[in-house]
Design a protein. Structure first.
Length: 117
């Protein structure tokens, strides 16, 4: 019997199957959320331990070199399959090279405009 005035639907003194299913779904989602938080935290902790060796070259590649390398990423990928050429310059100047590389790759591969078609 379903009582509309009650906070939880009752069928013979027990919760209905829909309510049980909803509670089971909420418990499963909570478990997945907690697992996701745990995995994300573990990845961030492990990634924070990674370091690059100091720059040894006299003039490491910077923003514009990163932009050029990012813009040519498709051709470099094909070339790296057949030769011993790397896609990403190492060592580089750090954040500026990374920014240029991402912007160049986005410009070359279409960026967000490719997904809007």
């Amino acid at each position: 019997m379903l009582h509309r005035a009650a906070a939880t639907p009752i069928r013979g003194g027990r919760l209905s199957s829909n309510v049980r299913r909803q509670k089971a779904t909420e418990a499963c989602m909570t478990r997945y959320f907690k697992t996701g938080i745990l995995v994300t935290t573990a990845v961030l902790v492990l990634a924070s331990c990674a370091t690059q060796p100091p720059v040894t070259g006299a003039d490491p590649p910077g923003f514009f070199s990163g932009f050029l390398h990012g813009f040519l990423i498709f051709f470099t990928l094909i070339g790296s399959i057949f030769t011993d050429y790397r896609i990403y310059a190492f060592p580089n100047s750090g954040g500026w090279y990374d920014l240029g590389f991402v912007l160049g790759a986005a410009a070359s591969l279409g960026g967000s405009a490719a997904g809007s078609r």
